[in-house]
Design a binder for this molecule. Structure first.
Ligand SMILES: C[S@@+](CC[C@H](N)C(=O)[O-])C[C@H]1O[C@@H](n2cnc3c(N)ncnc32)[C@H](O)[C@@H]1O
Length: 265
């Protein structure tokens, strides 16, 4: 009991630090985020996640850890009714502004809350989307919360940065101030363990050589060449992952797609 209370207190302290960092410091990351994630670099990954969800027109979807709302917009553009959750008020304001500008008529609800204990009833969602959120959360708490929120046979997809891509690893080492102390990119084993809690071990991986294309994106007028090179390298990467399973641990991103079989006869 004493230990449980201590753990809870520790977790609350971490969440408080995450909240403060994202409220005060996250804006420093915006140029980097734009450089790395601006379309079409992650379109293939996002489409893969969306296909798995098999969303129906107008359906309710939870965007867990929405940040400044890139994927909230994608989800709303796919005719979904989005509930976007983030710990940070500042991030939510950015997301709200972007939505007001790009999709003024979309139905989006923005909620400030901790993804480890969300203010929604059990079985609230048939589909949940998360990008780069699980690596901010406690493994056991996040698994339990996703299970609680998903309807039986509901589907959730999480795409997360992995720990062992050499270039990205170096980038992280050189820029520690651009991320929070407590987040940690996941190992492929950690992602697989997350999936296993829902009965799947499968982790799909993205981007091995494709990150090299960003050198071209950094050049003046390099965008078109970046897009071509990135698309080509991302295809090569897929073939490498298919042919050499052990290369997967060096990918930049991993995706785990899970179905809630809990409570299903
Ligand atoms: C790396 S960003 C990803 C944002 C967005 N999903 C994207 O891909 O652009 C992580 C986001 O998770 C949020 N976050 C971190 N810990 C959280 C928690 N415990 N509950 C809810 N959101 C959290 C942060 O505020 C931040 O906006």
């Amino acid at each position: 009991m004493q230990k449980q209370l201590k753990n809870r207190q520790n977790r609350q302290e971490i969440i408080q630090k995450e909240l403060e960092w994202h409220d005060k410091e996250a804006h420093r990351r915006l140029p980097l985020d734009h450089f790395l994630y601006a379309p079409p670099a992650f379109d293939g990954l996002s489409n893969f996640c969306l296909e798995f969800l098999q969303a129906k027109d107008g359906e309710l979807v939870l965007d867990m850890g929405c940040g400044e709302g890139k994927h909230t917009i994608d989800l709303a553009r796919n005719n979904l009714t989005v509930v976007s959750v983030d710990l940070s008020h500042t991030q939510l304001l950015l997301a709200k502004e972007m939505a007001a500008q790009l999709l003024p008529d979309a139905e989006i609800l923005f909620v400030q809350a901790n993804a480890e204990e969300l203010p929604f009833a059990q079985n609230s969602f048939r589909i949940i989307f998360g990008k780069a959120i699980i690596h901010h959360l406690d493994e056991k708490l996040s698994i339990a919360e996703v299970k609680r929120l998903l309807k039986p046979q509901g589907r959730a997809t999480f795409s997360e940065p992995l720990a062992h891509h050499p270039l990205i690893w170096l980038g992280r080492k050189l820029t520690p101030k651009l991320r929070t102390q407590d987040e940690h990119p996941l190992t492929i084993q950690e992602m697989s363990r997350f999936g296993q809690a829902f009965g799947t071990k499968e982790v799909d991986t993205f981007f091995l050589f494709a990150p090299l294309a960003y050198v071209v994106r950094a050049l003046p007028r390099g965008e078109m060449a970046f897009q071509k090179l990135h698309r080509f390298l991302a295809k090569v990467d897929k073939q490498i992952f298919n042919a050499i399973g052990s290369a997967k641990r060096l990918a930049w991103y991993g995706v785990v797609n899970v179905t809630n079989t809990h409570g299903v006869p």
